[in-house]
Design a binder for this molecule. Structure first.
Ligand SMILES: NC(=O)c1ccc[n+]([C@@H]2O[C@H](COP(=O)([O-])OP(=O)(O)OC[C@H]3O[C@@H](n4cnc5c(N)ncnc54)[C@H](O)[C@@H]3O)[C@@H](O)[C@H]2O)c1
Length: 387
């Protein structure tokens, strides 16, 4: 097995809390270098996670023949400037979302990927969440199969009544429960706000789950937080993404509810998937989440709430801050799937073209919230010519 020698550029929250611990746990990767403009952050990360070296200059990473993979976890302040020379040097890049905040920069990255044939994976990691992968599988089964069994109340004459065109649509609701206190200051000075920086995850899932192209978007609220986003698709299907900043961080953040072909599917914070309608599937599937060592393992959404309650009770006794209990949102698997892609054993879990489309839709939603108007989406928004 070949070991990928990775450099992490940007030693902030996502790198320290998720990516670097995932790298440490992955036998296919070796943490060779940590880099941050803040040299103390780079050195502290190297010390904490036993990286070979630390650097304050990302140019060194790109030029270093001993590095063969780069994880870019800065904000969009550093994207094409690093990615373009890295690809020329033959180094694949895993870049955190958003891919970039200008179309020109995104298209330059697409051009470089096509020219060098060196892959870039974008951190739309929800696609690699075990719960979302099952959600997609069950949706496909609902849509392509016979659909949901007859309900307890049936006035459709056992399904023989003429079908409405609307019955073929896919309705999706994504509720994002956010807590204003959990964000660092930068987000409130950022020109694009949470609507852009964070919603790309949910827009990505919406585009990935819907079989037809988007035709119209509308956003209402404030781009900084507290907004509703509406995406309408060619077949009339609607996805609504509702975001609140006024919630509590330790209440489950992400709820996705889908109804399609008489089947209802709900993914609760990546820890529990429930369904009604598919007779040969269980009502509930549960997924592991991060728990404290030495404790009884809890499961599902009820287990998640119990685990959170436990940490709050302990924190109260000790007078400390409660531990953070987080579900598996696919970060580790997304990176691991990218290794398969680099080794020629699998597809890129999120290539740049898919990410450009997501990011363009997010930029359109930003425009919509500022104008207070619905905006049309056309092929030029979701199709990038292969030239
Ligand atoms: N996929 C996810 O679930 C997820 C979650 C959180 C954040 N993110 C994304 O990850 C990125 C980073 O977010 P964060 O919360 O870790 O931010 P952060 O502010 O905690 O960390 C960013 C780090 O990058 C460093 N940096 C900035 N410019 C640099 C440069 N030119 N060279 C080297 N280092 C530089 C900063 O000093 C800082 O340490 C953002 O794009 C964010 O949207 C993704």
């Amino acid at each position: 097995m070949s070991i990928h020698r990775i450099a992490v550029v940007g030693c902030g929250a996502i790198a320290r809390d998720f990516h670097i611990p995932n790298i440490m746990a992955n036998p296919r990767i070796e943490l060779a270098l940590t880099c941050d403009v803040d040299s103390s952050a780079a050195k502290e990360c190297a010390r904490q996670f036993k990286a070979g070296r630390a650097s304050a200059d990302w140019h060194e990473v790109v030029e270093d023949p001993d590095i063969d993979l780069i994880l870019l976890t800065t904000h969009t302040n550093l994207r094409g400037e690093l990615i373009l020379p890295a690809l020329k040097a033959g180094k694949p890049v895993y870049v955190e979302k958003p891919l970039a905040n200008s179309l020109t920069e995104m298209l330059e990255i697409v051009g470089a990927v096509r020219e060098t044939k060196v892959p870039v994976c974008v951190g739309h990691n929800r696609r690699s969440s075990p719960g979302i992968l099952d959600l997609k599988r069950l949706l496909k089964k609902a849509v392509q199969g016979e659909g949901g069994w007859l309900p307890s109340v049936d006035r459709s004459h056992a399904g023989t009544r003429e079908k409405l065109p609307e019955e073929q649509q896919i309705q999706i609701l994504m509720r994002v429960n956010d807590d204003v206190r959990s964000w660092k200051d930068w987000i409130y000075h950022d020109r694009e706000g949470i609507l852009f920086a964070e919603m790309v995850h949910f827009i990505d899932v919406a585009l990935w789950l819907n079989p037809t192209a988007p035709v119209r978007v509308f956003a209402e609220g404030s781009a900084r937080g507290n907004f509703s986003l509406l995406i309408r698709f060619q077949d009339g299907s609607l996805t609504t993404i509702q975001h609140t900043l006024c919630g509590h961080f330790d209440y489950p953040k992400e709820l996705i509810e889908i109804s399609a072909n008489y089947v209802t599917l709900t993914l609760d914070h990546h820890v529990e998937l429930r369904q009604r309608g598919l007779i040969d599937e269980p009502f509930r599937i549960t997924y592991p989440f991060m728990q404290q060592a030495g404790e009884d393992r809890l499961e599902g959404i009820e287990g998640f709430h119990q685990a959170v309650t436990r940490t709050f009770e302990e924190a109260q006794k000790k007078g400390t801050q409660p531990a953070f209990i987080t579900p598996d949102k696919g970060h580790a698997a997304h990176l691991d799937r990218f290794l398969d892609c680099i080794e020629g054993k699998g597809e890129n879990p999120c290539d740049v073209v898919a990410a450009v489309v997501v990011t363009r839709i997010a930029l359109k939603l930003l425009e919509s919230v500022r104008l207070g108007l619905p905006l049309p989406i056309g092929p030029e928004d979701w199709h990038i010519p292969d030239v």
